[in-house]
Design a protein around this ligand. Structure first.
Ligand code: ADP
Ligand code: MG
Length: 219
């Protein structure tokens, strides 16, 4: 039996997701920075932690009224606090999702899958990375595909999000052998191979955070 809670994401579910994301970023910040020190400038963990802490504070101080407002607040806060390439890219992800969902108070799997697709399309338009370029897109695009497949198959939300998280993690891991073609890591040329991409790693945490926070809330 589908429960109501397992068929849609409410405003509180979205806030719980972003609080969980902040917890995960804090837990993994050192590791993210270490990954970025190998192929970038050693700031991805600190960049992200600054942003997710600000998002969390803002959302818990004043609860937005609808899903679009949660996502917009998150996107604007990330743009203004994260810095680095990832700030505007993660910001775009959330701002484009916000535009797509508008003033909806709840998002079902299909609407969420659609919104996430629009968000990732925004990141691609801004950063011009394609799958295989060793960026966050390598985790985000498989997420889009998994969500769409799940939505088309009428899969319950918890399972859809678990499939999405597994797809994101596989995409993250697949960045190891790749040579970076976008972002700072691309300056290294072939020497960027044999390393996990930091942005794909934080993006996998983003999707896993949603799968976990939602599974806990419907339990
Ligand atoms: P910066 O590279 O400016 O120091 P961060 O270290 O915070 O920013 O983020 C680096 C991550 O951003 C990379 O690991 C990569 O996943 C992602 N990234 C960089 N450039 C792009 C791009 N053009 N498109 C998509 N993702 C990108
Ligand atoms: Mg960096």
């Amino acid at each position: 039996m589908l429960t109501l809670e397992d068929s849609r994401l409410t405003v509180d579910d979205l806030i719980a997701w972003l609080v969980r994301f902040d917890e995960q970023i804090v837990e993994h910040a050192e590791r993210l920075t270490e990954l970025d020190s190998a192929i970038g400038d050693a700031d991805h963990g600190t960049n992200m932690a600054r942003g997710t802490a600000a998002v969390r504070l803002r959302l818990t101080e004043a609860r937005p009224d609808d899903a679009g407002a949660v996502l917009k607040s998150c996107g604007m806060t990330l743009v203004s606090t994260v810095g680095g390439a990832s700030g505007s890219l993660y910001g775009t992800l959330f701002l484009e999702m916000a535009k797509r969902v508008g003033a909806a108070s709840e998002l079902d799997t299909t609407v969420f899958a659609d919104a996430f697709r629009a968000g990732v399309a925004g990141v691609v338009a801004r950063g011009r990375a394609e799958p295989g370029d060793k960026t966050m897109i390598d985790a985000l695009q498989p997420t889009v595909d998994a969500l769409s497949t799940a939505a088309a198959g009428g899969v319950p939300l918890t399972k859809s999000l678990q499939a999405a998280a597994a797809a994101a993690a596989a995409g993250r891991d697949a960045t190891i052998p790749l040579v970076a073609r976008r972002g700072r890591a691309s300056y290294l040329g072939d020497r960027s191979a044999d390393h996990l991409d930091p942005g794909a790693t934080s993006a996998a945490l983003l999707v896993q955070s949603l799968a976990d926070s939602h599974a806990e809330r419907v339990r």
